[in-house]
Design a protein around this ligand. Structure first.
Ligand SMILES: [Zn+2]
Length: 46
């Protein structure tokens, strides 16, 4: 993905990134874990 300018990049930069899959973690997600919803659900099934 290409950004128009560095400012735009920082504005859209997610606060956290999932170390498992690299997905961006939404702020509304529970932040007690560092994984995204996808990986969290996978862990739950595990
Ligand atoms: Zn993930």
């Amino acid at each position: 993905m290409q950004t128009k300018n560095p400012l735009e990049f920082f504005r859209t930069l997610p606060p956290k990134q999932c170390p498992q899959c690299g997905n961006q973690i939404t702020e509304q997600a529970e932040s007690y874990l560092m994984e995204c919803d996808h990986c969290l659900s996978k862990k739950d099934e595990y």
